[in-house]
Design a binder for this molecule. Structure first.
Ligand code: HEM
Length: 449
């Protein structure tokens, strides 16, 4: 196999990229792409890394040649938390698990969760009304984590996580930071070595394990028949062996849905509210849409089809702040990505953050402009210039779930409250495994109805 030579980063030593990545991973990738647009090869410790920002090349890795790729080695660290769940598993195991779980995420099934999602959101609205009477200062980052956790718990596991929300938030922040450090360090003590950091990691992981095992234990005790994801996983049998899912895999799948199913959507909503608070024109237009479609009454499923600008705001917010800001794959075979030869063993990094803000593909890329989603130009552009949920067979299984709950939460908050950003400076991005906000998103809310 012969192909065009991939440009190599000049002056790159096995340590220099590590320093750049540790200091500011987003800047590191952006600067490199500016110097070598589209595709670039660099070294990170023992790894050969190819960074792709050309949507045509991204398509090769995520779709056309996907059979030559697995998740990259950075996902090995994530396995310490998610085990062999859907995000981190591969091959036959991934295929059979995805087949088993897919029906719970079918669009029709997700649409049936509307009432439950709305009811959780209404509880949040009641809490905020009380908070509004007491001064109305709240942290949207925390609140979005709380509501998305509650929704995933209620809809998929029929569990109420309101009392656990605070400890889940703190624990998850710790665990994600620890995993990020392990990824960037490259070389780590195996988790069984009793270093202080490893012991603390395991202690924190147990907090989440206890929650998940309690959900499983309660269901075993009280019996099935909730018709949720947990029932489905417990009752399913593998086609080839006829056996039920073993407990360790059940734990891994539940932990995966529990975490992947709330952290990402919460991040998307937090940035959306921030962008709205900074763009009064967009905010007013959105309020007008909600007023015209929903009025002061209760939101219904039918309203959602008419809330076009609401959807455009969410699309636009995930363009500027994609919750999963980088996606990594490892080549299992030599293969051609467009005209370029990718050697077996190469790590390929694709960053939605960089592609979504790339001036070659987007007009006024840094500007928050939901109107662009109504233009022909965006409708006709390369599908791989916008991939917040990834693409191909490993595309996010929860995209319809996330979009439905985000529509509901955004619409209800816009209908019921005014909000204003209270931070003294701009919020800072914290690109751990997701694109979190560094020190919360303080807002002042005021009740409208
Ligand atoms: C705005 C919200 C969300 C975003 C931006 C998002 C993004 C993504 C992305 C980019 C991937 C692919 C990762 C990769 O290939 O490396 C992914 C996978 C996944 N997501 Fe999401 N996600 C969101 C919400 C959700 C929700 C609500 C759930 C579950 C309820 C979920 C469950 C999963 C699972 C299980 C996978 C692994 C799928 C597989 O490999 O078969 N996600 N997500």
């Amino acid at each position: 196999m012969k192909g065009k030579r991939i440009p190599r980063l000049k002056g790159n030593t096995i340590f220099s990229s590590g320093n750049g990545l540790r200091k500011n991973p987003l800047n590191f990738l952006i600067e490199k792409d500016k110097a070598y647009p589209g595709i670039l090869h660099w070294k990170f410790l023992h790894l050969d890394v190819v960074q792709l920002t050309d949507p045509k090349l991204v398509r090769f890795v995520l779709q056309t040649n996907q059979k030559y790729y697995v998740k990259s080695t950075m996902y090995n660290q994530l396995k310490l938390l998610l085990g062999q769940g859907l995000v981190t598993s591969e091959g036959k195991l991934w295929k059979s698990q995805r087949k088993m779980i897919q029906p719970s995420f079918h669009k029709q099934h997700i649409n049936n969760l509307f009432d439950e999602m709305l009811s959780c959101t209404n509880e949040l609205i009641m809490d905020w009304k009380e908070a509004a009477q007491k001064g109305g200062k709240i942290d949207f980052a925390d609140e979005m984590m709380k509501i998305t956790l509650q929704i995933i718990g209620k809809t998929m596991l029929s569990a109420d996580f309101r009392t656990e929300a605070k400890s889940v938030g703190v624990t998850l922040t710790y665990l994600l930071k620890a995993l990020e450090k392990r990824v960037l360090r490259g070389v780590n003590f195996p988790i069984w070595v009793p270093t202080a950091a490893n012991l603390e990691f395991k202690r924190k992981r147990k907090v989440l394990d206890d929650i998940v095992y309690k959900v499983i234990g309660d269901r075993r005790e009280r019996g099935h028949a909730k018709g949720d994801l947990l029932d489905m996983l417990m009752e399913s049998r593998y086609e080839d062996t006829g056996e039920a899912m073993p407990d360790n895999l059940l734990r891994d799948e539940l932990m995966t849905v529990f975490l992947a199913g709330h952290e990402t959507t919460a991040t998307a909503l937090t940035w959306t509210f921030y962008l709205l608070s900074k763009h009064p024109d967009v905010y007013q237009k959105l309020k007008k849409e909600v007023k015209e479609v929903v009025g002061d009454g209760e939101l219904t499923f039918q309203h959602l089809h008419q809330l076009k600008y609401t959807k455009a705001c969410l699309n636009e917010s995930m363009r500027l702040f994609p919750p999963v800001w980088v996606i990594g794959r490892g080549a299992t075979e030599d293969n051609m990505v467009g005209d370029y030869f990718i050697k077996k063993g190469t790590t390929v990094l694709m960053s939605p953050y960089i592609v979504h803000r790339h001036p070659d593909y987007w007009k006024n890329p840094e500007v928050f402009e939901p109107e662009r989603w109504e233009t022909e130009e965006v409708k006709e552009m390369d599908k791989y210039a916008y991939f917040p949920f990834a693409a191909g067979p490993r595309m996010c299984i929860g995209n319809n779930f996330a979009l439905l709950e985000a529509d509901i939460i955004l619409t209800k908050v816009i209908q019921q409250f005014d909000f204003k950003y209270l931070g003294e400076s701009e919020p800072v991005m914290d690109p751990t495994l997701t694109l979190r906000v560094k020190e919360g998103m303080p807002m002042q809310i005021r009740s409208l109805i």
